[in-house]
Design a protein around this ligand. Structure first.
Ligand SMILES: CC(C)(COP(=O)(O)OP(=O)(O)OC[C@H]1O[C@@H](n2cnc3c(N)ncnc32)[C@H](O)[C@@H]1OP(=O)(O)O)[C@@H](O)C(=O)NCCC(=O)NCCS
Length: 148
């Protein structure tokens, strides 16, 4: 049985570290804005074990119009739990939360290797492939969402 809970930024490190920052120091797991009151962290548990995390930031990207933009960051599922639907459930949970905040646009920088995962949930690439230092090639992706 899986369940999604609100977690703290520190709790995300348990999954951010092995999945997104493997071989890097624990400090690299901290993201700017992690502890802002408007930032939310969600964890998905399988039989009480934390297997995936994601964070939502109330952050405007000037490339897009409109004030109610949200950024998704740090989406990560432990490798042995990937491709079992946990990521999609977490992503959907973010969307429900963002709608509850009257968000109208979700954007993020997606690892090139994860673009197809997001396309399955109807996110679209914007612009060309670019590189984030020490992390790798990314695409900006976005989805406009309808209010609840
Ligand atoms: C990308 C990631 C978050 C996806 O989570 P997940 O739990 O493995 O994905 P799901 O099982 O919910 O997959 C949903 C659908 O996307 C597909 N999918 C998942 N990961 C994919 C990938 N990397 N490439 C292509 N398709 C993918 C699944 O096959 C599934 O398709 P289906 O419904 O047709 O079977 C996860 O694999 C992960 O943590 N990867 C490493 C870190 C990473 O890249 N994070 C994203 C940073 S932007």
């Amino acid at each position: 049985m899986e369940i999604i809970k609100n977690i703290s930024s520190l709790e995300t490190y348990e999954v951010r570290q092995p999945v997104l920052r493997a071989g890097k120091p624990i400090e690299s797991c901290q993201f700017d804005g992690d502890d802002l009151p408007t930032t939310k962290h969600f964890g998905i548990y399988n039989d009480e074990k934390l297997v995936g995390v994601v964070s939502v930031f109330n952050k405007i990207n000037n490339i897009f119009k409109g004030p109610n933009q949200f950024q998704i960051r740090g989406m990560a599922i432990l490798s042995e739990y990937q491709k079992r639907g946990f990521g999609e459930k977490l992503l959907h949970h973010c969307e429900v939360f963002i709608k509850s905040q009257n968000g109208t646009l979700i954007w993020f920088n997606a690892r090139e290797s994860a673009v197809s995962f997001y396309e399955k949930s109807n996110y679209n690439k914007v612009g060309a492939l670019f590189s984030i230092p020490e992390i790798g090639p990314h695409y900006l992706m976005k989805k406009e969402i309808d209010p609840l």
